[in-house]
Ligand binder design. Structure first.
Ligand SMILES: Cc1cc2nc3c(=O)[nH]c(=O)nc-3n(C[C@H](O)[C@H](O)[C@H](O)COP(=O)(O)O)c2cc1C
Length: 144
């Protein structure tokens, strides 16, 4: 069975909501899904999955959360993605998605095969955003 791992950081729960919908989409497409908060995950969880989804809101000044997610993403870059299908997602408030565009570029640069542009949702994801998260999970499962 295809193994898909969804790893996220979420301060106030909005990106967590998105992560659950991405995981549900991948599960409905027949994958075995692990959903982990980033403090429970290591780069090994990425290496051993057939495909991964990573989620983080815009923090700081249009950057990833710096205490846990940024070091985690740096460790993934160090390990390399070697063509692995990957999907990115996260919530934001006042920006225009700059953090996500930069994150997309970083994951491409270390060998990730992005199945879609990073999916962003303003604040708490509404039903349309959650539907898009589910579709992203399905697309990720289809890419394996
Ligand atoms: C410290 C901090 C920094 C933030 N920086 C940005 C930012 O640069 N751009 C932006 O669009 N939103 C920014 N936000 C808003 C969050 O991205 C937004 O509240 C998001 O929904 C939080 O997602 P979460 O519930 O998964 O933590 C910031 C929020 C906090 C608390």
């Amino acid at each position: 069975m295809k193994k898909i791992t969804v790893i996220y950081w979420s301060g106030s729960g909005n990106t967590k909501e998105m992560a659950e919908a991405v995981a549900a989409g991948a599960g409905s497409a027949g994958a075995e899904v692990a959903l982990l908060a980033v403090d429970e995950a290591t780069a090994e969880n990425v290496l051993t999955a057939d495909a991964v989804a990573l989620g983080c809101p815009a923090m700081g000044d249009e950057v990833l959360e710096e205490g846990e997610m940024e070091p985690f993403v740096t460790s993934v870059e160090g390990a390399g993605l070697n063509g692995k299908p990957i999907a990115l997602f996260g919530s934001y408030d006042w920006g225009d998605g700059q953090w996500m565009r930069e994150w997309d570029d970083r994951m491409k640069a270390c060998g990730g095969q992005l199945v879609a542009e990073g999916l962003i949702a303003k604040n708490f994801p509404d039903q349309a955003a959650l539907d898009n998260c589910k579709k992203l999970g399905e697309k990720l499962a289809a890419a394996v």
